[in-house]
Design a binder for this molecule. Structure first.
Ligand code: EPU
Length: 421
């Protein structure tokens, strides 16, 4: 079992390169199933979730692998299996993104139900509702979703009850190959939706309005290959900036994602950090000052993303003052609270809102990661704490942060991975 040993108490200073976005890479790789022609994707992060998606594509019969350090080519001209098995889907919910493209191209698909996960029950009813609106017949049997249609999917109005990110992406991909026009109402507005729509348009789709809550799609009979580059990972960028603020450091990141981070940057400024944007670069400088407590309420884009809630909570643990962090997207996303308490943080949580009384310092302890973003918040806790922190179950971190120890070491952290037991 791999663990991280962090000797904290050092301000982070320097430049962190930002990788391509995990949550843009997964739908784009799934979208390659919509065509038999090659789709080449660059700026792909080497993450466990990306490798899981490549395994899913290979299990379906596609060729899908890295052809250079950060480029992947997917060629789905030999699909011979329309079943995405439980073994793969259970390790990553986003595997469910193959549902829309396979159904649209092959008129049949079977995908294992993803099940619950550490951050909540996370149903998939809206994904299914969208495909039913396009004419699919859906059956749930023995833990699998089976979707089928006679002939092509038929363009239609898709009225989402909840703005879901991957649900909107499944609907977009399916509607791109449907016969006739579709409109998605109450679509999610996250930038990764816009990024997927841009790739689909490069493949010959005709999509307008992605990034707003109403998206129009003119269905096409076929799509073709393309060559595309992924957007930067706004959550990775936000995580490093928050780590800089929590450790009273000075961090510069590149990647050009400042326009995707308006709300988190406003919160970091409110915490007392100087945040400047220069072209593709964002610099955060605390001038060695302790952060001020900031209230956080997660929201869909362009609000503060739920994927940065845990990291802001870690910042508030050592901030001056009392803060409230409210989670509005997932019902169970405070698993990091008891672990931060082990470092000496003072937090009370009612399951939706955590009230944090900032303390001047934390002390190292043994703590355990429970999900991806909780892991990065615990790393921030360890970077801030005096003495030694051991973070267990770091495999969660490898799902979404590329070369995290190397990137943190380069800005002055004392962090090492080791194997135990
Ligand atoms: N929901 C439903 N029914 C559905 C779909 C969603 O009730 O059919 C609910 C969920 O339970 C949740 C809310 O809608 O309460 C929003 O969930 P959403 O579907 O938008 O989440 P997702 O698509 O499963 C993506 C990201 C998550 C990120 C959320 C919210 C990917 C691969 N995953 O998940 O990223 O937290 O959007 O922004 O894009 C992460 O990277 O750590 C991560 C969890």
């Amino acid at each position: 079992m791999e663990k991280l040993r962090i000797r904290g108490g050092r301000p982070l200073r320097g430049h962190v390169p930002i990788s391509g976005a995990k949550n843009a890479s997964l739908p784009v790789l799934a979208a390659a199933l919509l065509t038999a022609e090659p789709v080449k994707v660059s700026n792909v992060p080497r993450l466990r979730d990306v490798h899981t998606m490549l395994d899913v594509l290979q299990a379906l019969g596609a060729s899908a692998s890295f052809c250079s350090e950060d480029e992947v080519i997917v060629k789905a001209d030999t699909i011979d299996n329309l079943k995405a098995p439980y073994d793969l889907v259970k390790t990553m919910r986003a595997s469910f993104l193959v549902l829309g493209p396979l159904l649209a191209r092959f008129q049949f698909v079977e995908v294992s139900l993803p099940g619950g996960c550490a951050i909540g029950t996370r149903p998939i009813d809206q994904h299914l509702k969208a495909l039913e609106a396009l004419g699919a017949t859906i059956e749930l049997k023995e833990g699998y979703v089976t979707a089928k249609i006679d002939g092509r999917l038929r363009g239609s109005l898709i009225d989402m009850d909840i703005a879901t990110v991957t649900g909107t992406q499944n609907a977009l991909m399916a509607a791109s190959l449907a016969e006739g026009d579709s409109t998605i109402v109450n679509a999610a507005r996250e930038p990764e939706i816009h990024a997927l729509a841009a790739v689909l348009n490069d493949m010959g789709a005709e999509i307008e309005g992605a990034g707003s809550d109403v998206i129009h799609i003119k269905g096409k009979e076929s799509l073709h290959g393309c060559d595309t580059r992924l957007m930067p990972d706004r959550i990775e960028a936000g995580t490093f900036l928050i780590a800089g603020a929590a450790t009273r450091g000075c961090i510069t990141i590149n990647g050009g994602c400042h326009d995707l981070l308006d709300a988190p940057l406003a919160k970091l400024r409110q915490s007392g950090a100087e945040v400047t944007v220069d072209g593709d670069y964002i610099q955060l400088d605390t001038r060695g000052k302790r952060p001020r407590a900031v209230d956080i309420r997660t929201a869909t884009y362009p609000g503060v993303p739920t994927d940065l809630q845990a990291q802001f909570l870690a910042l508030n643990c050592v901030a001056d003052g009392t803060s409230r962090v409210t989670e509005t997207i997932f019902e169970n996303r405070f698993m990091h609270v008891p672990e931060l308490s082990r470092l000496g943080a003072s937090i009370e949580s009612d399951g939706t809102t955590a009230t944090i009384q900032g303390v001047p310092s934390l002390r190292g302890a043994n703590i355990m990661a429970t999900d991806l973003r909780a892991s990065s918040c615990l790393v921030i806790g360890g970077l801030v704490a005096s003495g030694e922190t051991i973070v267990d179950r770091v495999y969660h971190l490898d799902r979404g942060y590329e070369h995290i120890e190397a990137k943190l070491t380069a800005v002055g952290a004392d962090i090492h991975r080791f194997n135990e037991g």
